[in-house]
Design a protein around this ligand. Structure first.
Ligand SMILES: NC(=O)c1ccc[n+]([C@@H]2O[C@H](COP(=O)([O-])OP(=O)(O)OC[C@H]3O[C@@H](n4cnc5c(N)ncnc54)[C@H](O)[C@@H]3O)[C@@H](O)[C@H]2O)c1
Length: 320
C-alpha cells in the first residue's frame, strides 16, 4: 500500500516506518523535526520506497499533495509530554487539534483510511481498572493545564468518530506508555528514557510523588505490531487499547532499571509541585483491557518488561 506517516521521525513513528517498509509498503514520512530527528531515519535515506519530507501537518498544501497519493495515513504527529502540557498548553492544544483536523478533512473526500495515534491519557483519572475502550473519561478542571493533552486527544477522537459516521475508514489506537530505543530523553516525557539515562550516567533517578503510581509499559515492537494490525478493515470505526497487562509502580521501575543497568545511582523523591508547579494531579494507575485488540486485531504483546528494558538500556549505552 501507499502510506503516509505523520510524525514519522519521532520515537514510535520511526519504528513504524521501518516496519512498513519491511512489509513491502511505499512510505512518505512527514515530520517538522520539532521533536523527531532525521537521523532516526538516516539508514533509510536511499530506500527506494521511502521519502522523507520536512514539513508540518498544519500545512494544508503539502498535506493535500501527500494524501492524494495515499491509501492510508498513520497520523502520529503530535505535541506531547507532561512538561509541555503545564508549560505551554496552547502549543499542546493547537499542535494536537489543528493537524488532525487537516488530516481528516483532506482524507475524507478521497476515502483515504486514517489511523490515529491516541493515548491512554484520555481515560484521565477514572479509577475503574482495567480501562476498556468504552470506559468513561474523568478529568479535572479546565483551568488545570495538565488536562489539555487528554482533552485535545479526546476531541481528536471525536473528530475521527464523526468522520467514521460519515463513511471514512478511520480507527483510533490508544497507546499505553510505549518505551524503547529512540524515545526522547528530554524533560518532555518518557520516564523509562529519563531513568535509563540517569542510571547510565550515575545520576539521581527522580521519582515524583510517592512513586506508587502504576503504569503498564509497552515495548515499542509490540506497540508497532498493534499499529500494523490496525490496517485490517475489521478495525475501521473503532478504538483499540495497545498496551500490556504488566503493571508496575514508578518506584519499582526505578529500582529495576538501576539493577538491570548495574548502576550505582540513587533513587530520590521529588514532589509534584517541585516537578511541575502547584496543582499537578497524577493518575494513580492505568491498565488496559486488551480483549478487543486481541480479538479483532490479533494483538498479542510478547516482549517482557525486563527484556524490553535491557534492549533499551543497550541502545542508550551506545547513544548517550
Ligand atoms: N510514546 C508513548 O508512550 C505514547 C503514548 C500515548 C500516545 N502516544 C502518541 O503516539 C504518537 C507518537 O508519539 P511519540 O512518543 O513517538 O512522540 P514523538 O514526539 O517522538 O513523535 C511525534 C512526532 O511528531 C512530530 N511533530 C510534532 N508536530 C508536528 C507537526 N505539526 N508536523 C509534523 N510533525 C510534527 C515531532 O517532531 C515528532 O517526531 C503521538 O501522537 C502521541 O500522542 C505516544
Amino acid at each position: 500500500m501507499k502510506i503516509v506517516v505523520t510524525g514519522g521521525a519521532g520515537f514510535i513513528g520511526s519504528h513504524l516506518v521501518e516496519r512498513l517498509l519491511e512489509e513491502g509498503h511505499t512510505v512518505w514520512t512527514i515530520d517538522d523535526f520539532s521533536n523527531g530527528r532525521p537521523e532516526f531515519l538516516s539508514h533509510l535515506q536511499n530506500h527506494k520506497r521511502h521519502t522523507l519530507i520536512q514539513g508540518s501537518v498544519m500545512d494544508r498544501v503539502v498535506m493535500k499533495k501527500l494524501i492524494a497519493k495515499a491509501d492510508v495515513v498513520y497520523h502520529l504527529a503530535a505535541v506531547l509530554g507532561v512538561k509541555n502540557t503545564v508549560d505551554d498548553p496552547i502549543k499542546v492544544i493547537e499542535g494536537n487539534i489543528d493537524g488532525t483536523r487537516n488530516v481528516l478533512e483532506l482524507a475524507y473526500p478521497r476515502h483515504v483510511k486514517v489511523i490515529f495515534a491516541s493515548t491512554s491519557e484520555i481515560y484521565g483519572k477514572n479509577e475503574e481498572l482495567p480501562f476498556h475502550e468504552m470506559s468513561g473519561r474523568i478529568y479535572g478542571a479546565p483551568s488545570v493545564h495538565r488536562w489539555c493533552y487528554a482533552t485535545a486527544k479526546s476531541l481528536d477522537e471525536h473528530m475521527c468518530f464523526a468522520y467514521a459516521q460519515k463513511g471514512l475508514p478511520v480507527n483510533v489506537l490508544r497507546y499505553f506508555n510505549a518505551y524503547g530505543p529512540r524515545q526522547t530523553n528530554s524533560q518532555y516525557g518518557g520516564v523509562v528514557a529519563q531513568f535509563i539515562k540517569a542510571a547510565l550516567k550515575g545520576e539521581l533517578l527522580e521519582v515524583y510523588g510517592d512513586g506508587c503510581q502504576k503504569r503498564c509499559f509497552t515495548y515499542v515492537d509490540d506497540t508497532i505490531s498493534g499499529t500494523l494490525a490496525a490496517l485490517k478493515p475489521e478495525a475501521n470505526g473503532l478504538a483499540f487499547n495497545i498496551g500490556t497487562n504488566r503493571s508496575i509502580s514508578i518506584r519499582e521501575l526505578a529500582n529495576l532499571i538501576v539493577s538491570l543497568s548495574n548502576s550505582k545511582s540513587s533513587i530520590v523523591s521529588k514532589t509534584y509541585d517541585e516537578a511541575y508547579g502547584a496543582g499537578y494531579e497524577d493518575i494513580p494507575a492505568r491498565e488496559p483491557d486488551l480483549t478487543r485488540s486481541q480479538t479483532l486485531l490479533g494483538y498479542r504483546p510478547s516482549v517482557k518488561l525486563e527484556e524490553g528494558l535491557m534492549r533499551t538500556i543497550d541502545w542508550y549505552r551506545n547513544h548517550i
